[in-house]
Design a protein around this ligand. Structure first.
Ligand SMILES: C[S@@+](CC[C@H](N)C(=O)[O-])C[C@H]1O[C@@H](n2cnc3c(N)ncnc32)[C@H](O)[C@@H]1O
Length: 389
């Protein structure tokens, strides 16, 4: 079921719209759990046995799968469900966007800030495509003070994630912050930066995990940042939102202890990933940490699982997805000048799904990539990597 947005910036869908959202969430849950499992069985029992040789990578699996009716059925259903996600929230947000602006303007100051840069050129990787089929992407604006794209993203994500992202859609941030606090209790970051923060879902958990820290989120999309600022104030969390390109950030050298990102790198062209890592290294103080939640790399998955995750690149308007997943995370860190002896990589069970005790236990045990690592499906686990400075 949809975990409907429940703070002061919540839109007011009609009963029909709410029903459409719940239906779409359930449909996505069905496609990503039941149909995905069916498709794998079809591959193993009907397709793989007929191949001259075992497919060596996801691309080869994709080629073998494409003609199969079940793959076509699955893909059609998944694309339709993705389009329905945005369609199910769009009208409610449009109807309500002026009221949302007014509500945001009245929310109390809780010690955070919003700094927009109207001269910033939004990269074409964001503005020129409807990323994951979201109409207008993150950055389309319909006038001064517009925050509708942020509202579409948050309400859409509630439908999209069918309850798996936690009640505040912040399970990745909550799980990552819990992991870091317990795996490295001696590390007490004072300045925390969240890159590509969008509406701040994974930014606010860091402020809660490290109450004394100053937490900053950056993004190129002004409407998302306006919404993020309102959303943080609605939840009483002080966070600073800055419009900037993560490839060239307006902060001095050595000004952060933790540079974090979530679901960000796979939406960047490769050359921008290099620039972002170089910026992270420049911004970190000695002993600081760069940490990214991301999709697991193809090199650490079976050919089938690689194919399964790369589906988004081929059919969901995520053009940089596969190129990122084909990289070796450690090599990316090394290229930016990080010491590979201080590379970290782990799998963090979702707090919402497994509970805090399971995450604490996982810290003690070996972290291995399992079937649902990086997959939005029941039992999701988050893949995290980075480097100490
Ligand atoms: C999938 S969203 C990530 C949302 C958020 N981090 C989370 O996990 O909930 C990707 C975000 O990255 C932003 N973005 C893309 N390229 C960027 C860049 N070069 N610099 C800063 N932000 C960027 C987009 O505007 C978008 O809001």
């Amino acid at each position: 079921m949809t975990r409907h947005v429940n703070h002061a910036l919540a839109v007011r869908p009609t009963r029909n719209e709410r029903a459409a959202q719940d239906f779409t969430s359930s449909l996505r849950g069905h496609v990503l759990n039941h149909m995905a499992a069916q498709m794998k069985t079809r591959f193993e029992t009907e397709i793989a046995p007929k191949l001259a040789q075992a497919p060596e990578d996801g691309r080869a699996v994709h080629q073998a799968m494409r003609p199969h009716p079940y793959f076509r059925f699955y893909s059609t259903m998944r694309i339709a469900a993705q389009e329905m996600v945005w369609a199910s929230v769009d009208a409610a947000v449009r109807r309500d966007s002026e009221r949302l602006k007014a509500v945001a303007a009245e929310l109390p100051d809780v010690g955070g800030s919003l700094t927009l840069d109207p001269s910033l050129e939004v990269p074409r990787s964001v503005s020129a495509i409807d990323v994951h089929l979201m109409p207008g992407s993150y950055s389309a604006e319909a006038g001064e003070g517009d925050l509708a794209a942020g509202a579409v993203y948050e309400n859409g994500l509630s439908v999209f994630s069918f309850g798996l992202m936690g009640k505040n859609l912040d399970d990745i941030g909550e799980s990552s912050a819990f992991w870091l606090r317990h795996a490295h209790p001696e590390f007490q970051p004072k300045d925390i930066l969240d890159l590509g923060c969008s509406v701040g879902h994974q930014t606010l958990p860091w402020a809660r995990a490290y109450p004394g820290a100053r937490v900053t989120g950056v993004d190129v999309a002004a409407p998302c940042l306006r919404y993020a600022d309102g959303r943080a104030r609605a939840q009483g969390v002080a966070a600073h939102f800055v419009q900037a390109n993560a490839t060239q950030l307006p902060f001095p050298d050595a000004s952060f202890d933790l540079v974090y990102s979530s679901m960000f790198l796979h939406e960047l062209p490769l050359k921008d990933i290099d620039a972002v890592f170089a910026e992270a290294r420049r911004l970190l103080r000695p002993g600081g940490l760069m940490l990214h939640y991301e999709l697991p790399p193809n090199s650490q998955l079976s050919a089938y699982d690689g194919f399964y995750l790369d589906w988004d690149c081929w059919y969901n308007n995520e053009p940089y997805y596969k190129a990122f997943r084909d990289q070796d995370p450690k090599a990316l860190c090394a290229k930016a000048g990080f010491d590979t002896g201080k590379f970290v990589q782990t799998v963090v069970p979702s707090i919402g799904w497994y509970g805090e005790e399971a995450v604490a236990e996982a810290i003690a045990g070996p972290a291995t990539i399992g079937g649902n690592t990086g997959r939005l499906a029941d039992g999701v686990q988050w893949f995290v990597f980075g480097n100490w400075a």
